[in-house]
Design a protein around this ligand. Structure first.
Ligand SMILES: [Zn+2]
Ligand SMILES: [Zn+2]
Ligand SMILES: [Zn+2]
Ligand SMILES: [Zn+2]
Ligand SMILES: [Zn+2]
Ligand SMILES: [Zn+2]
Length: 430
């Protein structure tokens, strides 16, 4: 038959803060009870037990049916505990009406009121007050105000405010796709509005037009739909962004276009994109001018535009950092540009020689009437892409002579190409 158990009260304050709940208390008891094996317990007895780690556990015998000699078979029941009192100071608002509630929170501004806290009812937590690292709690008196003097409703976690500035609901902005709220300034940074008034798209592109008079970028925000890119850095790189006002090349002179390319590139360098963007090549400038003007430029002629920009920059008395960067970029690009001119001129020569040979072939082929009207349009040494690019010779002809030049099923033009050793093509100007 099982004997009735010894009923105990334990004082666990000696375990200090290391009590992790009931199991911790039981472990402490089990690891120290052997100290009283052999002792006779009576109702009302009490003693301290010392744990191996020097913490202390005290017991008080509430009742035992009869004096008990303690063995490892003795059955104990723990009925009550004395614990470390709550570590939180009382809530000072509750204290004013004679209530005691734990003040879990502390107002950062209430430095003079040490030793008091704020309970769940009396703490004021604005939206975004609970962060990963800490909680920004305030009391009623120290509720933050918005810059407009209204009572603040939320802490703005945006790039400008960094969670340190609180705002009222009138200054609260929220994007339909996000759950986060921001002040209007931070919102503008995260969700810039498109410069096209009727557009609701978020506009992350900034116009890179530079006003030559002041040396400042336009900076208008434009969405992906309304941005125009001058694709002057090659196809794999992001071209210069233009807003609707500044996208047109026709409104600019050739020289102004060159100026914009240098200024836009310099702007990117000043913003930290150093090694990514070289000044556009001469063929790039030729290309955008060709598209805008429908007119062909030689590499040498567009080089003159760039060098004129350089002269203009040298004449500026108080050069800004942008102006200096522009000059620097031109100085660095010049050797490359010179090579591009030489390459192009060499290729033009090759083209003219090929043209002379083609005329000779025409004379031998009973097509002498073509010789006086056929013109060289373009010689493109790398027209056919591939591991070994192949050239093409583009020629211009009066429209009525085209069918005879091509021949049935292209037989004529193929034969001419074969004898010339270079593919002959007829230029079709759009
Ligand atoms: Zn309270
Ligand atoms: Zn306060
Ligand atoms: Zn903000
Ligand atoms: Zn406000
Ligand atoms: Zn837009
Ligand atoms: Zn613009």
């Amino acid at each position: 038959m099982k004997t009735a158990s010894v009923e105990l009260h334990l004082d666990v304050r000696g375990l200090r803060k290391r009590t992790g709940g009931p199991q911790d208390i039981l472990d402490a008891w089990n690891s120290s009870v052997a100290q009283i094996f052999g002792r006779t317990l009576h109702t009302g007895d009490s003693a301290d037990l010392l744990l191996p780690d020097h913490r202390k556990l005290s017991y008080f015998v509430i009742s035992t049916p009869a004096p008990v000699v303690v063995t490892d078979q003795t059955d104990f029941s723990i009925y009550s505990l004395t614990e470390v009192p709550n570590a939180y100071p009382p809530c000072r608002y509750c204290a004013r009406v004679d209530q005691r509630r734990a003040g879990f929170f502390k107002c950062d501004q209430c430095k003079e009121e040490r030793g008091t806290g704020l309970c769940f009812d009396h703490v004021r937590l604005l939206r975004n007050a609970i962060r990963k690292s800490k909680v920004i709690a305030t009391c009623e008196e120290h509720l933050p105000k918005c810059e407009c003097n209204e009572r603040a409703e939320f802490w703005c976690l945006g790039p400008g405010c960094g969670g340190r500035v609180a705002w009222c609901s009138r200054h609260q902005m929220q994007h339909p796709t996000s759950r986060e709220v921001y002040c209007s300034k931070c919102y503008q940074q995260i969700y810039p509005a498109c410069a096209v008034g009727s557009c609701n798209e978020v506009a992350h592109n900034r116009c890179e037009h530079v006003d030559p008079a002041v040396g400042e970028p336009c900076g208008r925000s434009v969405c992906n739909i309304h941005v125009t890119r001058w694709q002057v850095f090659g196809y794999e790189k992001i071209g210069l962004a233009r807003c609707q006002q500044h996208r047109g090349i026709r409104a600019l002179s050739d020289l102004e276009v060159a100026w914009q390319l240098v200024a836009g590139t310099a702007l990117r360098h000043l913003r930290g994109a150093q090694n990514k963007y070289n000044l556009p090549t001469l063929p790039s400038l030729k290309n955008i001018l060709l598209k805008a003007r429908r007119q062909k430029y030689s590499a040498r002629s567009v080089l003159v535009f760039f060098l004129t920009v350089e002269d203009q920059l040298k004449q500026i008395r108080q050069a800004s950092s942008l102006h200096r960067k522009m000059q620097d970029l031109i100085t660095r690009a010049r050797p490359r540009w010179k090579e591009q001119v030489e390459t192009e001129e060499k290729e033009i020569n090759e083209g003219m020689l090929l043209m002379e040979r083609l005329k000779a072939i025409l004379a031998q082929s009973g097509m002498s009437d073509f010789i006086s009207v056929i013109e060289l349009s373009d010689y493109r040494p790398r027209f056919f892409k591939g591991p070994t690019p192949r050239p093409a010779l583009f020629v211009r002809l009066p429209q009525h002579l085209v069918p005879r030049f091509i021949g049935k099923d292209g037989v004529k033009i193929k034969g001419l190409s074969q004898r010339l050793g270079v593919e002959v093509k007829i230029e079709r100007l759009a």
